[in-house]
Ligand binder design. Structure first.
Ligand code: HEM
Length: 497
């Protein structure tokens, strides 16, 4: 008989003799309660699903490398940028936003662009999108906004009425909605789109000076999008198009690459710049803050198991490293709380020990116990601080410069104060910059989507949203009104009203 090389065992290591037939009383009799192997197989299967991410549930991921090509040490002391040629291992998860884990990859949606850099000062997570702006600028609105992107509580279907109702009541969303409705809302997989850190972050240099910074990843594969029709077609043909495209290109050695660039604003300019630099619905025009080259990101390794790496990956905007800091961007502030909270619910209190999330360098603290504690739990070492036994210190060299803040507290500040209230110039400029073909596609996509507004509030919602398009660009507003076959005179009278 051939020697058995790898024995099939229970999870506790007991070799199985039989894996396909349950223990029965006679060949046709009932199954015995003592068939533990049957129980173990069934019970583990019943526990295979963990909660999917409440947003960005459908995604794809790969490992790679960030290589620094330019010196930005005058702005930051972060070790990841310390020298030209420096390489840092990275994990990148792409995603759609509104759909469930089994939804189609080519839905019209922003795409997530979430990075984890395994640096020697800890893991740095840059959890961005393929767009430089977002729909809302206060985290209190996030859950309400996302509800409009998910299923209607009664019909259990997606609802253009909910979406346009919310957007029309939140004109700050117009910039992001313009990008979403353009063909950039249906990218051709994940390799042909740019990525953005989106928020304003801080850089802190070795002299403890602060700069404000935005991160951009420019695809070397070139921008390529589906049209609305082609995206719809692909949803039927291959709902996993983007997953398949990324996986096969990396498997074939055709590694996708992005150029990392930054925009930098000296701290002193933030207070006087004519745009609120911490407003996530606005970009910093490149004419004012040009792109500065930093390095190249390459994805070159497919994870060997989807669930272990991609599904269990936990990214958090809270995870910054020395030399990189937060900013007063309200959305960023809200996200600092939200993500680790979501991870504790989705993956458990010790989610940082899962290999894809684990910092490969030093981790020392007094956190102990909890479900699924698998790293030795600190062994015999003290579990309190301060103590007289170990040599773990809070190192003052990692101090950030202090922040000046307005000392008054309120939640009724005028969010529409000067520098914050212009929701129209940037989307209007974006439209004006588009090629004729891109303009045509944008209008077609908006008309298609707004045609889905339904119910007793249809006219009210449609007219309210039309006003926003008109305010961004009169030609755009006219074209959409025509596409929706509206009576222009009546629309104008609504606008004046
Ligand atoms: C995922 C909350 C805004 C990009 C998530 C998750 C939550 C969340 C709870 C699921 C996390 C998980 O289970 O692992 C929020 C809140 C926001 C916000 C409360 C605003 C206050 C944003 C913005 C961006 C963004 C502005 C991009 C600029 C992402 C990405 C993921 C994600 C890329 C998926 C991460 C992954 O691949 O695992 N968000 N989000 N989110 N969010 Fe947000």
């Amino acid at each position: 008989m051939e020697p058995v090389k790898n024995k099939l065992t229970t999870a506790s290591g007991k070799p199985y003799a039989e894996n396909e037939n349950s223990q029965t009383i006679g060949p046709r009799g009932p199954i015995l309660l003592q068939d533990f192997i049957l129980h173990e197989k069934m019970a583990h299967f019943n526990r295979e699903r963990i909660p999917e991410r409440v947003v960005h549930a459908k995604g794809s991921g790969a490992y790679g490398t960030l290589t620094i090509t330019h010196d930005i040490t005058p702005y930051t002391r972060a070790k990841i940028f310390s020298e030209i040629g420096k390489q840092t291992r990275t994990f990148l998860r792409f995603s759609t936003v509104g759909g469930e884990k089994g939804s189609a990859d080519t839905e019209r949606d922003p795409r997530g662009f979430a990075l984890k850099f395994y640096t020697e000062d800890g893991n740095w997570d840059l959890v961005g999108n393929n767009t430089p702006v977002f729909f809302v600028k206060d985290p209190k609105k996030f859950g309400d906004f996302i509800h409009t992107q998910k299923r209607d509580p009664y019909t259990n279907c997606k609802s253009p009425t909910m979406m346009w109702d919310f957007w029309s009541l939140n004109p700050e969303s117009l910039h992001q909605v313009t990008i979403l409705m353009s063909d950039r809302g249906t990218p051709y997989g994940y390799r042909h789109m740019d990525g953005f850190g989106s928020h304003t972050f801080s850089f802190i240099n070795k002299d403890n000076e602060r700069f404000y910074v935005k991160f951009h990843f420019k695809t070397q594969q070139g921008i390529k999008n589906f049209t609305d029709e082609d995206a719809a077609d692909m949803r039927g043909k291959n709902p996993d198009f983007a997953q398949h495209d990324l996986l096969t290109h990396i498997d074939n050695g055709d590694f996708p690459k992005w150029d990392l660039k930054i925009q930098v604003m000296p701290e002193t300019e933030a207070a006087t710049y004519h745009i609120n630099p911490f407003d996530l619905t606005k970009v910093w025009p490149h004419g004012d803050y040009p792109l500065i080259d930093v390095g190249v990101l390459e994805l070159n390794e497919n994870p060997d198991n989807y669930f272990a790496h991609v599904e269990q990956a936990a990214f958090a905007p809270a995870h910054i490293v020395d030399g990189i800091g937060y900013s007063p961007d309200k959305m960023l502030q809200g996200r600092i709380l939200s993500y680790p909270d979501a991870h504790r619910y989705r993956l458990g209190a010790n989610y940082e020990q899962i290999p894809v999330n684990r910092c490969p360098f030093m981790v020392n603290n007094y956190q102990r116990d909890g479900q699924m504690r698998i790293d030795g739990n600190g062994g015999k070492n003290p579990n309190y601080f301060p103590n007289s036994f170990d040599n773990i210190i809070a190192d003052q060299n990692y101090r950030e410069p202090a922040w000046d803040v307005n000392a008054q507290v309120a939640d009724w500040y005028d969010r529409n104060a000067e520098g914050d209230n212009d929701h129209y110039t940037q989307p209007g400029n974006l439209y004006k910059l588009m090629s004729d073909e891109a303009k045509k596609d944008l209008i077609k996509n908006i008309v298609h989507s707004m045609s889905g507004i339904d119910g007793p509030k249809k006219d009210e919602i449609t007219n309210r949203q039309l006003c926003h398009w008109f305010r961004a660009d009169i030609g755009l507003g006219m074209a959409i009104a025509q596409g929706l076959q509206l009576d222009l005179a009546e629309t104008m009278s609504h606008m004046q009203g």
